[in-house]
Design a protein around this ligand. Structure first.
Ligand code: C5P
Length: 492
């Protein structure tokens, strides 16, 4: 039997997805399933009830609704220990997804945040200030020049009063204005005046999202430290399908709360002063898939587990991670910007668009070959059962080599080498040939010890300084070990 719960709130209260995975002893995909369905298995109920109670939360026993946060202690005020009482300035910009800002406000409040609404003129075409005010129980601010507002709370004070300024939805126009530093209404003025963290949840038509101007604004805002939540692929409100769809309100709320409660991110306490914080890191992951015809393809074996674990580990230490992945079943880790691609050429284009970066880690299993001319129709088998079939292939671009020799090369470029024999020699040659700084080499193809799809991996780090052999471990631990080495390199 399954029980309906507000899982986003529970995940945040327990300290993130990793914490709840460990608690229930399940993988990340199970948590994604629970989130999609809004249900938890019955067996999870007593475990979660006990864990939340131990943390000091007041829980309703039947549906695990969080009624109150842990009590403050005299030495530790409530807001420093939990996300309760955090102040979020929710800016609603003018896009069709504006109606989802209302649900986002509700979710944020359920997570214990205090939400104040700000609306652009465009947003008011979609929802009314009254609806946001009614939901938040707070005046919704919408005018830069309202004398009353200025008397009650000037825009500078409004901007400074927040722990987080969250823009939902961030339209193409809003991102362009924010990037240009235009301050022609209350919302954009707040962005210039605030010293708080800023997060945006972009939402727009896929063609607008793909436009070079939007890509530029997005990249430039991120480089300035704006945290981007999504967008994701799927149906967009304008009826087209593709990238540009806004993340779901529950995901936006959970990501926003994590930004202002770093102690809720797994490992964040330990890595509070990580040299990785704020570093822009490109991670490639998964396979690439090269079409032969409308139904067939060439691909390498890869689950994306290792690349995704690396992205998750770096993000949990505060890095600004762009995860560029081929098709995999792994869920997108929290706090990373996900770019989904299919072919090697698409992966290369996404990497080029993501540069410049401080670090690049190429963990993807890129197909070495692609078919020279992809057939528009399904290729027919010859009548003769003995007849062979010739496919003309050409080489795919080497993404790792490209990044290593780029004019805006990241300071640290890391590749992977999966070898079936002569691991050390082959991987050492690969490091030189590709021009990367480090190679993480692992033996594959052993019958007893498969790496593909497994949760385990064993590798060695090969650099100009020599070889560091690592014992067999979980892929998530290997990701942490690699992140530790990168941190050490950054502080050398
Ligand atoms: O040449 P090989 O595929 O063994 O090299 C492995 C490393 O190179 C990995 O880091 C992989 O992500 C990267 N690679 C790449 N583009 C290719 C082939 C491999 O980035 N076309």
């Amino acid at each position: 039997m399954a029980i309906s719960v507000n899982l986003s709130a529970i995940i945040t209260a327990l300290g993130g997805r990793h914490a709840i995975q460990q608690l229930l002893n399940v993988g990340p995909s199970a948590i994604s399933n629970y989130l999609t369905r809004g249900h938890l298995p019955e067996r999870a109920k007593p475990i979660i009830y006990a864990a939340l109670t131990k943390k000091g939360y007041q829980i309703r026993a039947d549906d695990l609704e969080i009624l109150a946060g842990p009590p403050a202690t005299s030495s530790q005020p409530l807001h420093s220990d939990t996300h309760f009482g955090k102040r979020i300035l929710l800016i609603v910009a003018g896009g069709i997804a504006a109606y989802k800002a209302l649900e986002t406000a509700r979710q944020l409040q359920q997570l214990g945040a205090h939400v104040t609404g700000v609306m652009t003129d465009g947003a008011k075409q979609f929802i009314t200030p009254l609806s946001l005010a009614a939901l938040t129980g707070e005046k919704c601010y919408d005018s830069l020049f309202s004398l009353t507002d200025e008397a009650e709370m000037g825009h500078i004070r409004l901007a400074r009063s927040a722990d987080l300024v969250l823009v939902v939805p961030a339209t193409a126009n809003f991102m362009a204005r924010a990037n240009a530093g235009i301050a022609d209404d209350l919302a954009t003025t707040i962005l210039l005046a605030t010293t708080a963290k800023v997060a945006m949840a972009p939402a727009m038509n896929p063609a607008m999202w793909a436009h070079v101007a939007t890509k530029h604004n997005f990249a430039s805002l991120r480089q300035r430290g704006v945290h981007m939540i999504g967008p994701v692929s799927g149906d967009t409100a304008c009826g087209e399908e593709g990238e540009g769809r806004m993340c779901e309100p529950a995901d936006i709320a959970a990501a926003a709360m994590q930004l202002i409660t770093p102690q809720n991110i797994p490992n964040a306490k330990d890595h509070a002063k990580s040299p990785l914080a704020g570093k822009r890191i490109i991670v490639t992951s998964g396979p690439t898939i090269e079409p032969i015809d409308k139904v067939r393809f060439i691909a390498n074996r890869s689950s994306g587990k290792q690349g995704h674990a690396i992205a998750a580990s770096l993000a949990s230490r505060g890095a600004d991670v762009i995860l560029i992945s081929g098709p995999v079943n792994e869920p997108a880790p929290d706090q990373v910007t996900m770019v989904q691609v299919t072919t090697a050429n698409e992966m290369l284009a996404a990497c080029k668009a993501a540069l410049p970066a401080d670090i690049a880690i190429c963990a993807a299993a890129v197909a070495d070959w692609r078919v020279q001319s992809v057939s528009d129709q399904k290729l027919k088998k010859p009548e003769d059962p003995d007849a062979g079939m010739m496919l003309a292939l050409c080489q795919n671009p080497d993404i790792l080599a490209h990044i290593s020799s780029a004019s805006n090369r990241p300071k640290l470029v890391i590749g992977f080498a999966a070898e079936t024999e002569n691991l050390l020699q082959n991987a050492t040659k690969k490091r030189q040939r590709k021009g990367c700084d480090w190679i993480i080499a692992n033996q594959v193809g052993g019958d007893a010890d498969p790496v593909f799809g497994s949760a385990l991996n064993q590798a060695m780090l090969i650099s100009a300084n020599g070889v560091d052999e690592w014992p067999q471990m979980q892929k998530t631990d290997l990701a942490e070990t690699l992140a530790d080495h990168i941190e050490a390199e950054l502080t050398r």
